[in-house]
Design a protein around this ligand. Structure first.
Ligand code: UDP
Length: 312
């Protein structure tokens, strides 16, 4: 097929481009390189991927047939999106509008990447898709959470009013090669600190939880979702839940370090716990994660050890 990947030069986008090119699809990768970078997809440029540096907020122009539009264009790390809250809201609103118009015009299938952040600081645990969430509309995370909630609303509006074939992936914490080591998320922070021999920074008391999915599992979920989804949101994530102290210990086990943990203040509105209920993905797509935390961390640490970090 001929696929457009918006945000295709980012962490998840570049892995999706890898998977599409590997199975023989033609890919048009569009990215404004604010948090991603063309170097993440350069290895695909002579194998069926064309790269276009453009901001989807300004509009999207693609010639010819398009079979699928994947919309992954957004900052996703809390420090990144809090640095550019207006651009983040615009990517989720005007950007999503342009992405949906492109899909409608081309009669293409559409997949938008939403987030576990639509559940905010969840009062229900684990989180099923039927939970409506607990989001602070004016908190530090609201630029991301509300942009993604608006994206979902606009996506289902195009489905209802224009009959577009849409899918919504609610992504939980994901990790793997090509995250920027300076993006501020917990995995790049811990791995970077371990490899530099620095203390691992724990925000708050470190008892807050997250559930980490290896990137290859997630991308497999996207491809299944765009083929088999029923138009309603689907959680994609790994249900193995860890406290941040447990996660720091897991990173150190794989990296072979015994560095101290250093406490830092907990940022405001930091969700206390998060774990996906993936029953829907299992039933609808036959999907569940296959890569264990240990194997995923080994691959990730090996990537950064071989100086794969483009931010340093
Ligand atoms: N965190 C931490 N140390 C760090 C960076 C993050 O303890 O150096 C915590 C953060 O407070 C949060 C969790 O790790 O509770 C996950 O943070 P991340 O920014 O990766 O993503 P989030 O799931 O909060 O969007």
């Amino acid at each position: 097929m001929r696929a457009v990947v918006l945000g295709g030069a980012g962490f998840l986008g570049s892995h999706l481009c890898d998977a599409l090119v590997t199975r023989g699809d033609e890919v048009i990768c569009i990215d404004n390189e604010v948090t991603g970078g063309r170097e993440n997809v350069r290895h695909l440029e002579d194998r069926g991927l064309s790269f276009l540096h453009a901001d989807i907020v300004a509009g999207i122009v693609v010639d010819g047939v398009v079979d699928a539009v994947f919309h992954l264009a957004s900052a996703a790390s809390p420090p990144d999106y809090q640095r550019i809250p207006i651009a983040t809201l615009r990517a989720g609103s005007e950007g999503t509008l342009h992405a949906l118009e492109l899909a409608a015009h081309k009669k293409a299938r559409f997949l938008v990447t939403s987030t576990s952040e639509v559940y905010g600081d969840p009062a229900i645990h684990p989180q099923p898709e039927s939970y409506w969430g607990n989001v602070n509309p004016v908190g530090l995370r609201s630029c991301y959470d509300e942009a993604k909630r608006f994206s979902e609303a606009l996506t289902v509006a195009y489905q209802r009013e224009r009959g577009l074939c849409v899918q919504i992936a609610r992504i939980f914490n994901t990790y793997g090669p090509r995250m920027r080591l300076d993006d501020g998320r917990v995995l790049p922070n811990f791995v970077g600190q371990a490899l530099r021999g620095e203390p691992l920074t724990i925000f708050g008391d470190g008892t807050q939880t997250r559930s980490f999915c290896y990137v290859d599992d997630l991308i497999r979920g996207f491809l299944l979702l765009i083929e088999k989804g029923d138009g309603m949101p689907v959680n994609l994530g790994n249900p193995t839940e860890l406290t941040m102290i447990e996660f720091a210990n897991a990173v150190q086990r794989v990296a072979g370090t015994k560095l101290p943990l250093e406490r830092k203040p907990l940022p405001p509105d930091d969700p206390k716990r998060r774990r996906p209920d993936i029953s829907r993905a299992k039933k609808l797509l036959g999907w569940e994660p296959m890569v264990s935390l240990e194997d995923g961390l080994k691959k990730t640490v090996a990537f950064y050890r071989s100086s794969g970090d483009r931010s340093s």
